[in-house]
Ligand binder design. Sequence first.
Ligand code: 5GP
Length: 255
Amino acid sequence: MHMARRIKIYEGKAKILYEGPEPGTLVQYFKDDATAFNAEKKAIIEGKGVLNNRLSEFFMSGLNEIGVPTHFIKRLNMREQLIRNCEIVPLEVIVRNLSAGTFEKRLGIKEGTRLPRPIVEYCYKDDNLGDPLVTEEHIAAFGWASHQDMDDILALALRVNDFLSGLMLGVGIRLVDFKIEVGRIYEEDFHRLVVADEISPDSCRLWDIDTGEKLDKDVFRQDLGSLANAYTEVAHRFGVMPKSATKMQKPKLIN
Ligand code: 5GP
């Protein structure tokens, strides 16, 4: 592989982190691997990594632009972006606007029901445990994040929700829910929190406002059709991918 000379720091289900060109930076590589149900279901979706790299760039640079700090520095190529190295808080921070997924199952609230206000949930990041839901009591008792961190994480999550919801609304998409990860960047005696990992249709639920069509990883989870086509649709609405870059063209006969 062309990146073999680089030092691999970490390999996850959908991404690989390599040592970056300067101290405090990493290169984040987006794979085509799709997993669901804690990696019980797996597939390679050709082009997914390219789409998520572009979409995550689009959302993260928009957040940077409005003063919501993220780990994103710049996109390097089709599958890689330069990011700030940060210490990941071991939580999945989930924001929900409508009922779906595990929330729907847990509370018996019909899919698509609008919640009275955005609800933020925390899951402890541990694949062996299936990322269990935890409360701020667990987070404080085990020292996963301080009280101040939790205040900042809540504010960050709600700002990301407002920004993303508005952005999606502008292209006819409803932001049902999403997951972010948060990282700490140390600066002398203190640290600040940034949005880390990725923001893409792998980590959001996105429904077309007019048709209700799902344009996110549920297409893969629930076998609803082509995941690549769904993500391509999202990318096109934001104008982030040229049509030819992802759609496989059939050979054409030329007379
Ligand atoms: P749920 O808890 O309903 O499965 O997920 C809520 C939201 O968080 C969905 O948008 C889902 O895609 C995202 N999410 C939850 N857990 C994970 C995870 O482990 N990985 C990713 N990529 N997204 C997740």
